[in-house]
Every structure is written in structure tokens, then in C-alpha cells.
Unconditional design. Sequence first.
Length: 286
Amino acid sequence: MKPTLKIRFVDTYAAEVFTNILSIRYDVVIDNSPDFLIFGDENFGTTNLSYSKNDCIKIFYTGENRRPENYDCHYAVTFDYNSNPWHYRLPLWALVPYFYKNFDFNHITKAHNIKIEKTKFCAFIHRNPGNSLRNTVFHELCKYKKVDSAGPLFNNTGKILSPEYYAKLDFIKDYKFVFAFENSSYEGYVTEKIMDAFYVNAVPIYWGDPTINTHFNEKSFINAHLFTEVNELINYIIKVDEDTSLYNSIVCQPKLKDNIIPSCMIYDNFLNWFDTIVYNKLHSRA
């Protein structure tokens, strides 16, 4: 029989994902007086503050650019390259197969073989105006061809997509290029944005993690970090757009480095950490 895991999720969008993963080895029981609490960052609420570390094991999870040391927790699951035993590295992009249920679970390893006709130029779906580089690249690229924005930021399509993943994927599937700029740059910080483009076999224009090539095939996307000037990036995007052979050579590339599932997408690794460290209450920050 599976051991019982009395748990609660607050201030997080990932409750269903973690329930599914943990249910592989545990009888997961959702309880308002939990033994274990998984909670998110302040973008999703502050209910976690009403739970004392004396009453339950608090596990901080975020896919955002937040440091676990700033949160009142025993353990943390983030994208950080943090080797402390109380921390497990699980970047948001690695959970995409659990979010995108309409796709085969291993879709990312096969996306480069899926041909989707591209009839439009470039898609832009963002809401945060705080990334000045992203803003500049958008406006400069629009001088070449219109970049269609269907998000709250720089909207020029007359519609704003619903927050559902499938609405976004259905919109961007017709586009050759997709903006995949993170809100900020930090080593290891990669969200779902690059995966969205990969899932519909478009070419992501990526900026965010300067070590993005660690897990992803550098030939399968345009890495803005490789260009010292905005005009150099713009000129390269134009070159790829106008050269069908060059574009196809990028689209046909496997998306993952060596097309191998990285360790952070092998969920047994997370469960092994949870079993050994968290469930047994070892190596806590407290």
C-alpha cells in the first residue's frame, strides 16, 4: 500500500500537477490541517503565511524569478541551480507535459517532425511591460513586418487571448516566429514561453536564461543573448524569415539538447528527492 500524504496547496497554480506526480507513490489526501504544505510566491497569494512551520512541513514552489531563501519554508522547489539538499531544481518548462494534456506526454521529443503550415510572420503575447529589451525588439521588428500582439502589451490584433494554454497554442501555431522573452534574465530561469513555440514547431526568439543551451538545442531557436546589438538580432531574424532553407533548417532541429529528456523532466528524480528528504524530514532549512 502507498503511504498516506496529508497535504494542502495554497497560493499556487501547480496543485494538480504535484498531486498527479505525488500520487504515483503516495495516497494523496487534501487536508486543511496538512502534514505538508506546498505554496507559491506572492504573485498567487499569501495564504501560506497563516501556516506555521511548527504545525506542518512547508515546501515553497515557484516557476518565477524568486529566491527560496526569501520564503519561510523547510524545503523549496525552484529553477535555481541550488545544490543544498533542502532544494530541488524543477523549472517551470519541465512541467509543461503535465499542463498541455491535449498533447502526447513526450511531444517535445517529436515536435520537430510535425509539419504545421506557417502563414503568418511573428506572434507576441505578453502582459508585463517591464522588460525594456523585449519592448524595443518588438517595436524594431514591427518596422520590418507587423508583429501580431494578442496579449495586453502592445495589443494590435483587437483581441486578447484567454489565459488558457490551448488558446495561446491555437493562436501561435500559424506563425513562423514567436517571441519567447522572459520577464527577466537569470541563470536557469526558463518558463513555458520557449516550450509554447516548440510545441507548435515555430522558431522561438528567446531571451532570459543566459545558459539556455544547457537543456535546449541551440540550433532550434534564435538566442537573443548571442547578439550584442538589437539591430544585429533584427537583421538575423529578417535573414531567417527571407531564407526558406535557413528557416527550415532551424524548424527541423530537435528541440532538446541531443533530443534527450533532461533529468529535471524525469519525475522519478523528484519523487526520489521527496521520498528521501522531504517525507522523512531530513536536511531541513529549519
